[in-house]
Design a binder for this molecule. Structure first.
Ligand SMILES: [Zn+2]
Length: 453
Protein backbone atom coordinates (compact mmCIF):
# COMPACT_ATOMS: atom_id res chain seq x y z
CA UNK A 1 0.00 0.00 0.00
CA UNK A 2 1.31 3.45 -0.85
CA UNK A 3 -0.01 6.91 -0.07
CA UNK A 4 1.09 10.06 -1.86
CA UNK A 5 0.11 13.65 -1.25
CA UNK A 6 -0.84 16.18 -3.91
CA UNK A 7 -2.42 19.06 -2.00
CA UNK A 8 -3.22 20.35 1.50
CA UNK A 9 0.22 19.18 2.65
CA UNK A 10 1.52 21.69 5.18
CA UNK A 11 -1.24 24.02 3.95
CA UNK A 12 -5.02 24.09 4.11
CA UNK A 13 -6.24 24.07 0.50
CA UNK A 14 -6.09 21.76 -2.51
CA UNK A 15 -6.80 18.51 -0.61
CA UNK A 16 -5.75 15.56 -2.78
CA UNK A 17 -4.38 12.21 -1.61
CA UNK A 18 -3.60 9.16 -3.72
CA UNK A 19 -3.89 5.62 -2.32
CA UNK A 20 -2.32 2.83 -4.35
CA UNK A 21 -3.04 -0.72 -3.31
CA UNK A 22 -2.05 -3.62 -5.54
CA UNK A 23 -2.99 -2.38 -9.01
CA UNK A 24 -5.80 -0.09 -7.84
CA UNK A 25 -5.34 3.68 -7.72
CA UNK A 26 -7.83 5.69 -5.70
CA UNK A 27 -7.88 9.40 -5.16
CA UNK A 28 -9.40 10.94 -2.05
CA UNK A 29 -10.60 14.49 -2.86
CA UNK A 30 -9.19 16.79 -5.54
CA UNK A 31 -9.63 20.31 -4.22
CA UNK A 32 -8.78 23.77 -5.44
CA UNK A 33 -5.80 25.73 -4.12
CA UNK A 34 -7.12 29.03 -2.78
CA UNK A 35 -6.00 32.13 -0.93
CA UNK A 36 -3.38 33.90 -3.06
CA UNK A 37 -2.59 34.35 -6.76
CA UNK A 38 0.53 32.22 -6.27
CA UNK A 39 -1.45 29.34 -4.76
CA UNK A 40 -4.14 29.66 -7.42
CA UNK A 41 -1.47 29.22 -10.11
CA UNK A 42 -1.02 25.71 -8.66
CA UNK A 43 -4.49 24.78 -9.91
CA UNK A 44 -3.35 24.79 -13.51
CA UNK A 45 -0.04 23.02 -12.73
CA UNK A 46 0.46 19.29 -13.33
CA UNK A 47 -1.50 17.08 -10.94
CA UNK A 48 1.44 14.78 -10.09
CA UNK A 49 -0.34 11.66 -11.39
CA UNK A 50 -2.20 10.53 -14.50
CA UNK A 51 -5.97 11.09 -14.10
CA UNK A 52 -6.66 8.49 -16.80
CA UNK A 53 -4.94 5.81 -14.68
CA UNK A 54 -7.22 6.34 -11.64
CA UNK A 55 -9.76 3.65 -10.73
CA UNK A 56 -12.00 5.99 -8.74
CA UNK A 57 -12.32 9.05 -6.54
CA UNK A 58 -13.72 9.17 -3.03
CA UNK A 59 -15.07 12.66 -2.25
CA UNK A 60 -15.33 13.61 1.44
CA UNK A 61 -17.43 16.78 0.99
CA UNK A 62 -18.43 19.59 -1.34
CA UNK A 63 -16.22 22.48 -0.18
CA UNK A 64 -14.25 23.88 -3.12
CA UNK A 65 -10.90 23.13 -1.48
CA UNK A 66 -11.88 19.43 -1.61
CA UNK A 67 -13.79 19.11 -4.91
CA UNK A 68 -12.61 22.13 -6.97
CA UNK A 69 -10.25 20.28 -9.33
CA UNK A 70 -12.70 17.50 -10.30
CA UNK A 71 -13.42 19.13 -13.68
CA UNK A 72 -9.66 19.17 -14.38
CA UNK A 73 -9.49 15.42 -13.71
CA UNK A 74 -12.32 14.84 -16.16
CA UNK A 75 -10.54 17.02 -18.72
CA UNK A 76 -7.36 14.97 -18.10
CA UNK A 77 -9.01 11.66 -19.00
CA UNK A 78 -10.41 10.46 -15.65
CA UNK A 79 -13.40 8.17 -16.34
CA UNK A 80 -14.78 7.84 -12.79
CA UNK A 81 -16.47 6.68 -10.74
CA UNK A 82 -16.74 9.46 -8.14
CA UNK A 83 -18.17 8.16 -4.86
CA UNK A 84 -19.92 10.54 -2.47
CA UNK A 85 -23.07 10.96 -0.40
CA UNK A 86 -26.21 12.24 -2.13
CA UNK A 87 -26.00 15.64 -0.39
CA UNK A 88 -22.34 16.06 -1.38
CA UNK A 89 -23.16 15.36 -5.00
CA UNK A 90 -25.91 18.02 -5.07
CA UNK A 91 -23.81 20.60 -3.24
CA UNK A 92 -20.81 19.88 -5.49
CA UNK A 93 -22.89 20.84 -8.52
CA UNK A 94 -23.66 24.29 -7.03
CA UNK A 95 -20.12 24.85 -5.79
CA UNK A 96 -18.44 23.78 -9.05
CA UNK A 97 -20.79 25.77 -11.29
CA UNK A 98 -20.08 28.85 -9.16
CA UNK A 99 -16.34 28.12 -9.50
CA UNK A 100 -16.70 27.89 -13.30
CA UNK A 101 -18.35 31.34 -13.36
CA UNK A 102 -15.59 32.76 -11.19
CA UNK A 103 -13.00 31.14 -13.49
CA UNK A 104 -14.64 32.91 -16.47
CA UNK A 105 -14.45 36.28 -14.62
CA UNK A 106 -10.84 35.58 -13.70
CA UNK A 107 -9.95 34.71 -17.32
CA UNK A 108 -11.59 37.94 -18.52
CA UNK A 109 -9.56 39.93 -15.97
CA UNK A 110 -6.31 38.21 -17.00
CA UNK A 111 -7.21 38.83 -20.64
CA UNK A 112 -7.66 42.59 -20.03
CA UNK A 113 -4.34 42.74 -18.16
CA UNK A 114 -2.60 41.00 -21.04
CA UNK A 115 -3.77 43.71 -23.40
CA UNK A 116 -7.07 42.25 -24.52
CA UNK A 117 -5.86 38.80 -25.49
CA UNK A 118 -8.45 36.23 -24.48
CA UNK A 119 -7.29 33.97 -21.64
CA UNK A 120 -8.65 30.44 -21.21
CA UNK A 121 -10.57 29.84 -17.98
CA UNK A 122 -9.39 27.06 -15.66
CA UNK A 123 -12.59 25.22 -16.64
CA UNK A 124 -16.03 25.90 -18.05
CA UNK A 125 -19.61 25.01 -16.99
CA UNK A 126 -19.47 22.21 -19.61
CA UNK A 127 -16.34 20.78 -17.96
CA UNK A 128 -18.23 20.82 -14.66
CA UNK A 129 -21.12 18.88 -16.18
CA UNK A 130 -18.64 16.32 -17.61
CA UNK A 131 -17.23 15.79 -14.10
CA UNK A 132 -20.70 15.55 -12.53
CA UNK A 133 -21.57 12.78 -15.00
CA UNK A 134 -18.84 10.64 -13.40
CA UNK A 135 -20.62 10.34 -10.03
CA UNK A 136 -21.68 6.78 -9.13
CA UNK A 137 -25.01 6.21 -7.35
CA UNK A 138 -24.62 7.95 -3.97
CA UNK A 139 -23.56 6.17 -0.77
CA UNK A 140 -25.54 6.20 2.44
CA UNK A 141 -23.63 6.69 5.68
CA UNK A 142 -22.33 3.29 6.85
CA UNK A 143 -23.02 1.53 3.55
CA UNK A 144 -20.15 -0.60 2.18
CA UNK A 145 -19.20 -0.45 -1.49
CA UNK A 146 -16.77 -2.73 -3.39
CA UNK A 147 -13.99 -0.92 -5.23
CA UNK A 148 -12.48 -3.90 -7.05
CA UNK A 149 -9.13 -5.55 -6.33
CA UNK A 150 -10.38 -6.64 -2.88
CA UNK A 151 -10.87 -3.03 -1.72
CA UNK A 152 -14.01 -1.77 0.03
CA UNK A 153 -15.07 1.67 1.19
CA UNK A 154 -17.64 3.17 3.53
CA UNK A 155 -18.54 6.77 4.43
CA UNK A 156 -19.17 7.96 8.01
CA UNK A 157 -20.55 11.18 9.58
CA UNK A 158 -17.90 13.90 9.73
CA UNK A 159 -20.09 16.61 11.31
CA UNK A 160 -18.56 19.35 9.10
CA UNK A 161 -21.14 20.37 6.46
CA UNK A 162 -24.20 18.66 5.00
CA UNK A 163 -23.17 15.36 3.39
CA UNK A 164 -19.60 15.48 4.74
CA UNK A 165 -17.94 12.16 5.44
CA UNK A 166 -14.92 10.39 6.85
CA UNK A 167 -13.87 7.84 4.22
CA UNK A 168 -12.73 4.37 5.29
CA UNK A 169 -10.90 2.13 2.81
CA UNK A 170 -10.37 -1.54 3.71
CA UNK A 171 -8.11 -4.12 2.12
CA UNK A 172 -8.47 -7.39 4.03
CA UNK A 173 -7.75 -6.54 7.67
CA UNK A 174 -5.99 -3.26 6.81
CA UNK A 175 -8.01 -0.11 7.39
CA UNK A 176 -7.15 3.40 6.22
CA UNK A 177 -9.33 6.30 7.39
CA UNK A 178 -9.34 9.68 5.64
CA UNK A 179 -10.91 12.29 7.95
CA UNK A 180 -11.77 14.88 5.31
CA UNK A 181 -12.68 17.97 7.35
CA UNK A 182 -13.74 17.23 10.92
CA UNK A 183 -16.64 19.13 12.50
CA UNK A 184 -16.89 20.06 16.15
CA UNK A 185 -19.11 18.10 18.52
CA UNK A 186 -22.55 19.47 19.37
CA UNK A 187 -22.88 21.72 16.33
CA UNK A 188 -26.41 22.36 15.05
CA UNK A 189 -28.16 20.74 12.05
CA UNK A 190 -26.01 17.69 11.24
CA UNK A 191 -24.87 14.74 13.33
CA UNK A 192 -21.55 14.78 15.20
CA UNK A 193 -18.43 13.12 13.75
CA UNK A 194 -18.50 9.33 14.12
CA UNK A 195 -15.09 7.99 13.01
CA UNK A 196 -14.67 4.22 12.74
CA UNK A 197 -11.39 2.77 14.09
CA UNK A 198 -8.50 2.36 11.67
CA UNK A 199 -4.81 1.51 12.00
CA UNK A 200 -3.85 4.19 9.48
CA UNK A 201 -5.42 7.63 9.86
CA UNK A 202 -5.00 10.63 7.54
CA UNK A 203 -6.39 13.57 9.48
CA UNK A 204 -6.93 17.30 9.07
CA UNK A 205 -5.32 19.70 11.54
CA UNK A 206 -6.63 23.17 10.60
CA UNK A 207 -7.19 24.29 14.20
CA UNK A 208 -4.65 21.95 15.78
CA UNK A 209 -3.34 24.83 17.90
CA UNK A 210 -6.62 26.56 18.84
CA UNK A 211 -9.68 26.42 20.99
CA UNK A 212 -13.05 27.83 19.80
CA UNK A 213 -15.73 29.48 21.81
CA UNK A 214 -18.75 27.17 22.11
CA UNK A 215 -21.48 27.38 19.43
CA UNK A 216 -24.05 28.27 22.13
CA UNK A 217 -21.98 31.25 23.33
CA UNK A 218 -21.56 32.46 19.75
CA UNK A 219 -25.32 32.30 19.13
CA UNK A 220 -25.96 34.29 22.34
CA UNK A 221 -23.46 36.92 21.20
CA UNK A 222 -25.07 37.16 17.74
CA UNK A 223 -28.57 37.52 19.22
CA UNK A 224 -27.27 40.20 21.60
CA UNK A 225 -25.72 42.22 18.75
CA UNK A 226 -28.94 42.00 16.70
CA UNK A 227 -31.14 43.05 19.64
CA UNK A 228 -28.89 46.03 20.47
CA UNK A 229 -28.74 47.14 16.82
CA UNK A 230 -32.53 46.94 16.45
CA UNK A 231 -32.92 48.97 19.65
CA UNK A 232 -30.94 51.86 18.13
CA UNK A 233 -32.75 51.59 14.80
CA UNK A 234 -29.97 50.18 12.61
CA UNK A 235 -29.54 47.29 10.19
CA UNK A 236 -27.39 44.23 10.84
CA UNK A 237 -25.32 43.12 7.83
CA UNK A 238 -23.83 39.62 8.04
CA UNK A 239 -21.35 38.84 5.22
CA UNK A 240 -21.61 35.08 5.04
CA UNK A 241 -20.53 32.12 2.98
CA UNK A 242 -23.35 30.53 0.98
CA UNK A 243 -22.52 26.99 2.07
CA UNK A 244 -22.99 25.99 5.73
CA UNK A 245 -22.57 29.35 7.50
CA UNK A 246 -25.77 30.87 6.07
CA UNK A 247 -27.79 27.76 7.03
CA UNK A 248 -26.28 27.72 10.52
CA UNK A 249 -27.15 31.39 11.08
CA UNK A 250 -30.70 30.84 9.76
CA UNK A 251 -31.05 27.85 12.10
CA UNK A 252 -29.92 30.00 15.04
CA UNK A 253 -32.19 32.93 14.13
CA UNK A 254 -35.20 30.62 13.79
CA UNK A 255 -34.51 29.17 17.24
CA UNK A 256 -34.00 32.64 18.79
CA UNK A 257 -37.27 33.92 17.30
CA UNK A 258 -39.14 30.78 18.41
CA UNK A 259 -37.73 31.25 21.93
CA UNK A 260 -38.78 34.90 22.02
CA UNK A 261 -35.19 36.21 22.19
CA UNK A 262 -35.76 38.13 18.93
CA UNK A 263 -39.01 39.72 17.68
CA UNK A 264 -41.34 37.49 15.64
CA UNK A 265 -41.65 40.13 12.89
CA UNK A 266 -37.87 40.70 12.53
CA UNK A 267 -37.23 41.10 8.78
CA UNK A 268 -34.37 38.78 7.78
CA UNK A 269 -33.14 38.80 4.17
CA UNK A 270 -30.93 36.18 2.52
CA UNK A 271 -29.67 38.17 -0.47
CA UNK A 272 -27.78 35.43 -2.33
CA UNK A 273 -29.11 33.09 -5.03
CA UNK A 274 -26.33 30.59 -4.26
CA UNK A 275 -27.10 30.55 -0.51
CA UNK A 276 -30.79 30.01 -1.31
CA UNK A 277 -29.97 27.06 -3.61
CA UNK A 278 -27.71 25.55 -0.95
CA UNK A 279 -30.43 25.97 1.70
CA UNK A 280 -32.82 24.05 -0.57
CA UNK A 281 -30.30 21.18 -0.72
CA UNK A 282 -30.17 21.20 3.10
CA UNK A 283 -33.98 21.01 3.19
CA UNK A 284 -33.94 18.03 0.81
CA UNK A 285 -31.56 15.96 2.98
CA UNK A 286 -33.02 15.41 6.43
CA UNK A 287 -31.24 12.02 6.48
CA UNK A 288 -28.12 13.99 7.49
CA UNK A 289 -29.82 15.81 10.40
CA UNK A 290 -29.11 15.37 14.10
CA UNK A 291 -31.86 14.61 16.60
CA UNK A 292 -32.77 18.26 17.23
CA UNK A 293 -33.24 19.09 13.54
CA UNK A 294 -34.96 15.77 12.82
CA UNK A 295 -37.43 16.55 15.63
CA UNK A 296 -38.22 19.93 14.03
CA UNK A 297 -38.90 18.22 10.71
CA UNK A 298 -41.06 15.61 12.46
CA UNK A 299 -43.09 18.50 13.94
CA UNK A 300 -43.64 19.88 10.44
CA UNK A 301 -41.19 22.77 10.95
CA UNK A 302 -38.47 23.98 8.60
CA UNK A 303 -35.15 24.28 10.55
CA UNK A 304 -34.07 27.11 8.21
CA UNK A 305 -37.35 28.98 7.74
CA UNK A 306 -39.60 31.35 9.65
CA UNK A 307 -42.44 33.73 8.79
CA UNK A 308 -40.35 36.92 8.58
CA UNK A 309 -37.58 35.40 6.38
CA UNK A 310 -37.31 36.73 2.81
CA UNK A 311 -35.20 34.96 0.18
CA UNK A 312 -33.93 37.39 -2.44
CA UNK A 313 -32.96 35.96 -5.82
CA UNK A 314 -33.83 38.76 -8.28
CA UNK A 315 -31.30 41.56 -8.71
CA UNK A 316 -34.10 44.17 -8.75
CA UNK A 317 -35.30 42.99 -5.35
CA UNK A 318 -31.73 43.06 -4.04
CA UNK A 319 -31.38 46.69 -5.16
CA UNK A 320 -34.67 47.42 -3.37
CA UNK A 321 -32.99 46.42 -0.09
CA UNK A 322 -30.89 49.59 -0.37
CA UNK A 323 -33.96 51.48 0.85
CA UNK A 324 -33.93 49.69 4.21
CA UNK A 325 -32.60 52.32 6.59
CA UNK A 326 -32.93 50.18 9.72
CA UNK A 327 -34.52 47.33 11.61
CA UNK A 328 -33.49 44.45 9.34
CA UNK A 329 -30.94 41.63 9.25
CA UNK A 330 -29.30 41.19 5.83
CA UNK A 331 -27.17 38.15 4.97
CA UNK A 332 -25.25 38.20 1.70
CA UNK A 333 -22.02 36.91 0.16
CA UNK A 334 -19.22 36.82 -0.23
CA UNK A 335 -18.08 36.11 3.31
CA UNK A 336 -14.82 38.02 2.82
CA UNK A 337 -16.57 40.86 0.93
CA UNK A 338 -14.33 40.34 -2.12
CA UNK A 339 -17.37 40.22 -4.41
CA UNK A 340 -21.10 39.63 -4.44
CA UNK A 341 -24.10 41.57 -3.23
CA UNK A 342 -22.82 42.17 0.29
CA UNK A 343 -20.66 45.02 -1.01
CA UNK A 344 -23.77 47.03 -1.89
CA UNK A 345 -25.09 46.55 1.64
CA UNK A 346 -21.73 47.66 3.02
CA UNK A 347 -21.87 50.85 0.94
CA UNK A 348 -25.29 51.59 2.46
CA UNK A 349 -24.63 50.54 6.03
CA UNK A 350 -20.93 51.07 6.83
CA UNK A 351 -21.39 54.88 7.11
CA UNK A 352 -24.32 54.51 9.56
CA UNK A 353 -23.33 54.66 13.25
CA UNK A 354 -26.52 52.78 14.22
CA UNK A 355 -25.75 49.80 11.94
CA UNK A 356 -23.75 46.65 12.79
CA UNK A 357 -21.55 44.57 10.52
CA UNK A 358 -21.11 41.06 11.95
CA UNK A 359 -18.38 38.77 10.62
CA UNK A 360 -19.02 35.09 11.32
CA UNK A 361 -16.30 33.41 9.27
CA UNK A 362 -12.65 33.38 8.29
CA UNK A 363 -11.31 36.58 6.65
CA UNK A 364 -8.02 36.25 4.78
CA UNK A 365 -5.37 38.99 4.79
CA UNK A 366 -5.87 41.59 2.08
CA UNK A 367 -9.66 41.19 1.80
CA UNK A 368 -12.14 44.02 2.56
CA UNK A 369 -13.51 41.93 5.45
CA UNK A 370 -10.03 41.73 7.01
CA UNK A 371 -9.49 45.48 6.66
CA UNK A 372 -12.84 46.29 8.31
CA UNK A 373 -12.14 43.82 11.15
CA UNK A 374 -8.67 45.33 11.63
CA UNK A 375 -10.24 48.74 12.22
CA UNK A 376 -9.91 50.60 8.88
CA UNK A 377 -11.54 54.08 9.11
CA UNK A 378 -12.71 53.72 5.51
CA UNK A 379 -12.56 51.13 2.75
CA UNK A 380 -12.68 51.35 -1.01
CA UNK A 381 -15.77 49.84 -2.68
CA UNK A 382 -16.83 50.37 -6.31
CA UNK A 383 -14.11 53.00 -6.70
CA UNK A 384 -15.22 55.12 -3.73
CA UNK A 385 -13.97 55.55 -0.17
CA UNK A 386 -16.73 54.41 2.18
CA UNK A 387 -16.33 55.60 5.80
CA UNK A 388 -16.64 52.93 8.53
CA UNK A 389 -18.94 54.32 11.23
CA UNK A 390 -21.01 51.19 11.90
CA UNK A 391 -20.20 48.89 14.82
CA UNK A 392 -18.01 45.99 13.72
CA UNK A 393 -18.26 42.58 15.42
CA UNK A 394 -16.46 39.31 14.80
CA UNK A 395 -17.98 36.14 16.21
CA UNK A 396 -15.56 33.25 15.78
CA UNK A 397 -17.41 30.31 17.32
CA UNK A 398 -19.31 29.43 14.13
CA UNK A 399 -16.33 27.48 12.73
CA UNK A 400 -17.24 24.24 10.96
CA UNK A 401 -13.87 22.75 11.98
CA UNK A 402 -13.03 20.94 15.20
CA UNK A 403 -10.65 22.75 17.57
CA UNK A 404 -7.68 21.15 19.34
CA UNK A 405 -9.57 19.37 22.16
CA UNK A 406 -12.11 18.08 19.61
CA UNK A 407 -9.36 16.87 17.25
CA UNK A 408 -7.67 15.03 20.13
CA UNK A 409 -10.97 13.38 21.11
CA UNK A 410 -11.58 12.44 17.46
CA UNK A 411 -8.13 10.86 17.16
CA UNK A 412 -8.61 8.88 20.37
CA UNK A 413 -11.72 7.31 18.81
CA UNK A 414 -10.17 6.74 15.37
CA UNK A 415 -6.94 5.12 16.59
CA UNK A 416 -4.22 5.60 14.00
CA UNK A 417 -1.83 3.36 15.99
CA UNK A 418 -0.02 2.04 12.92
CA UNK A 419 0.45 5.51 11.38
CA UNK A 420 -1.18 8.91 11.80
CA UNK A 421 -0.68 11.30 8.89
CA UNK A 422 -1.40 14.97 9.49
CA UNK A 423 -2.61 17.04 6.54
CA UNK A 424 -4.72 20.16 5.92
CA UNK A 425 -3.03 22.50 8.39
CA UNK A 426 -0.42 25.23 8.61
CA UNK A 427 2.86 23.82 10.01
CA UNK A 428 2.41 25.58 13.37
CA UNK A 429 -1.07 24.08 13.90
CA UNK A 430 0.15 20.63 12.83
CA UNK A 431 3.12 20.64 15.15
CA UNK A 432 1.00 21.80 18.10
CA UNK A 433 -1.45 18.97 17.44
CA UNK A 434 1.31 16.36 16.91
CA UNK A 435 2.78 17.27 20.31
CA UNK A 436 -0.54 16.52 22.03
CA UNK A 437 -1.58 13.35 20.19
CA UNK A 438 -1.36 9.92 21.80
CA UNK A 439 2.07 8.30 21.24
CA UNK A 440 1.59 6.95 17.70
CA UNK A 441 3.92 7.19 14.67
CA UNK A 442 3.18 10.59 13.08
CA UNK A 443 3.99 11.82 9.57
CA UNK A 444 3.55 15.36 8.22
CA UNK A 445 4.11 14.82 4.51
CA UNK A 446 5.54 17.39 2.12
CA UNK A 447 3.80 17.94 -1.25
CA UNK A 448 4.52 15.00 -3.56
CA UNK A 449 5.91 12.83 -0.74
CA UNK A 450 5.25 9.07 -0.94
CA UNK A 451 4.62 6.90 2.06
CA UNK A 452 4.94 3.08 2.02
CA UNK A 453 2.56 1.42 4.44
ZN1 LIG B 1 -14.54 21.74 4.37
Amino acid sequence: MELSFHGADRGVTGSCHLLECGRRRLLVDCGMFQGSRELEEENSAALGFDPAALDGLLLTHAHLDHCGRLPLLAKGGFRGPILATAATRELARIVLQDAAHMAADDAAWRGRRAGGRAAAPLYTPQDVEAALALFAPPLRYGEERELGGGLRTSFHDAGHILGSAHVLVQSGARRVLFSGDIGGAGRPIIRDPAPPRAGIVVMESTYGDRRHRSPAESVRELVGVIAATLARGGNVVIPSFALERTQEILFSLRAAIAAGALPRHLPVFVDSPMAISVTEVYQRHPECFDEESAALVADGLDPFGFASLRLVRATSESIGLNRLSGGAVIMAGSGMCTGGRVRHHLVQNLPRPNASIVFVGFAAQGTPARRIIDGARSIRLFGEEVPVRAEVHTINGFSAHADQPELLAWHARAGGEERTVLVHGEPRAMEALAARLAPVPITMPAPGERLQL
